[in-house]
Design a protein around this ligand. Structure first.
Ligand SMILES: Cc1cc2nc3c(=O)[nH]c(=O)nc-3n(C[C@H](O)[C@H](O)[C@H](O)COP(=O)(O)OP(=O)(O)OC[C@H]3O[C@@H](n4cnc5c(N)ncnc54)[C@H](O)[C@@H]3O)c2cc1C
Length: 427
């Protein structure tokens, strides 16, 4: 049975929406289209860390080679920590499990996700303006209206339209995202723009741990494909200024980041100079971090219909602070869960299928949201004078194991055996 023949419309072609398109192909959703507001598929910001729990799913999609060619070669540790002032090594976190974390430029991850999706399923410059719930007999359950005046019909709408989600508002949630009080600076450094010793160090994932702020350096990309460079994220974990909530992202002078770290170790000064060398206008991205409170219901059913509805995925429903590197990873997990449920559900009760999706995903994503907030506090230090004595990377590792060691496909198969039919399935 299942819903694989229904008209499925995905709103938003970011990392979450594109991961869902891959999941849909893998699971066998047959009639699907994705609508993205931008004039091209693209990502802003530095690199992302895709951890084992998500890489296992991406590998199942057949993306392993494509991702490895664009991401960091295997690194010795998941992360290593250094004192902000002396540069001294403080400790490290071992890799969690196979497949190891992959550090990749956001745009390159999006490329890998986009390549296997047939072009005719992807539509650009389609900003959702309105969603009609049709009542006339014979009409499609939903009609989506885009800002360019075009429309499309759907039986199932999947809102992958990010933290400011329009689809979420359609479900009646008038809440606004909350400013976390945290600000990040995001940019890139080329290895050639660093002194040799610092370049060597930054072939590892390095966190310069300082008082209420830290600088995280991600060696993204692969030297073999000349995609290697360093994604630099400067996290300010206490309010440094008030923020205009209408404008979360801005270009900022690199000197503004430098102000916060000007008495830090020589390696951090090298990074600032590297950022400046690579930026023609001496500017980088500055972003306020917003997050939403978890919500009680992730979907809505079409009144009077068993097999039509609207459901949310990714930052639209489970946004999180980035301190455990899990926003994209959670969207990848939710994507394969939802696509599998839609294709393998035993009967035509979409309500039960959506509820199962929510019951499977919500406890985990709520916990990620909660613990990411706490992880942000631990990533910086409250006690800069006793960094070495008080720092316990083993404890940091233990508190994240449950995230990385999880296999969403195994969970789906064990909890869903009663409701889904996996015979003749590759899942
Ligand atoms: C500093 C920082 C570091 C991070 N690091 C990591 C990391 O290491 N690992 C990790 O897993 N996650 C990380 N994240 C989180 C991750 O970036 C997000 O969770 C992820 O990008 C969310 O994907 P999404 O597709 O749900 O939303 P988005 O990326 O916001 O995509 C939404 C898409 O929908 C489109 N859209 C919006 N409205 C409409 C509309 N009305 N009509 C049509 N299209 C629309 C948008 O243009 C966009 O393309 C980090 C986040 C930050 C801020």
């Amino acid at each position: 049975m299942g819903f694989q023949d229904k008209r499925v419309v995905v709103v938003g072609g970011g990392l979450g929406g594109m991961a869902f398109m891959n999941a849909a192909q893998y699971a066998g959703v047959k009639n699907i289209q994705c609508y993205e507001q931008a004039h091209q598929f693209g990502e802003v910001g530095a690199g992302v860390d895709i951890s084992a729990n998500a890489n296992r799913i991406l590998d199942a999609f057949g993306l392993k080679e494509s991702l490895l060619s664009r991401s960091s070669p295997q690194l010795p540790y998941y992360m290593q920590y250094h004192n902000y002032k002396s540069g001294e090594y403080l400790g490290h976190i071992e890799e969690f499990s196979e497949p190891h974390a992959r550090l990749i430029h956001r745009a390159h991850l999006l490329d890998s996700l986009k390549e296997p999706v047939p072009k005719e399923l992807l539509h650009l410059q389609k900003r959702l303006a309105r969603l009609d719930r049709n009542t006339s007999p014979g009409a499609a359950p939903y009609t989506l209206h885009f800002e360019d005046g075009t429309t499309t019909d759907a039986d199932i709408v999947i809102g992958c339209d990010g933290i400011k989600s329009r689809v979420r508002r359609e479900l009646g949630f008038g809440d606004s995202p909350n400013y976390s009080g945290q600000v990040v600076y995001r940019g890139f450094v080329e290895y050639k723009d660093l002194p040799e010793e610092t370049a060597k160090l930054l072939h590892n994932v390095v966190n310069f741990r300082g008082p209420k702020r830290h600088i995280l350096c991600l060696p993204i990309g692969n030297p073999a494909t000349k995609t290697d460079r360093i994604g630099v994220i400067g996290f300010m974990s206490e309010p440094i200024e008030s923020w205009d909530s209408e404008n979360w992202m801005a270009r900022s002078d690199i000197s503004s980041l430098h102000e916060h770290v000007k008495d830090w170790c020589p390696q951090v000064q090298d990074i600032i100079e590297g950022l400046q060398a690579g930026s023609p206008d001496d500017r980088m991205l500055k972003q306020a971090l917003y997050v939403r409170e978890p919500i009680e219901k992730w979907y809505e059913m079409k009144e009077g219909q068993k097999d039509a509805g609207i459901v949310l995925l990714g930052d639209a429903v489970h946004s999180t602070l980035p301190h455990q590197g899990q926003g994209v990873c959670m969207a990848i997990e939710s994507g394969i869960a939802l696509a599998t449920i839609l294709t393998h559900w035993k009967n035509d009760d979409l309500h039960a299928a959506f509820q199962f999706y929510q019951d499977l995903r919500k406890p985990r994503t709520d916990r990620v949201t909660k613990t990411s907030f706490e992880a942000g506090k631990l990533a910086s230090s409250d006690d800069p004078d006793h960094l070495s004595e008080t720092f316990n990377p083993q404890a940091l590792m233990e508190r994240m194991k449950w995230i990385m060691e999880y296999n969403v496909l195994d969970d789906l198969k064990s909890k869903g055996a009663e409701y889904m039919d996996f015979t003749e399935s590759q899942i």
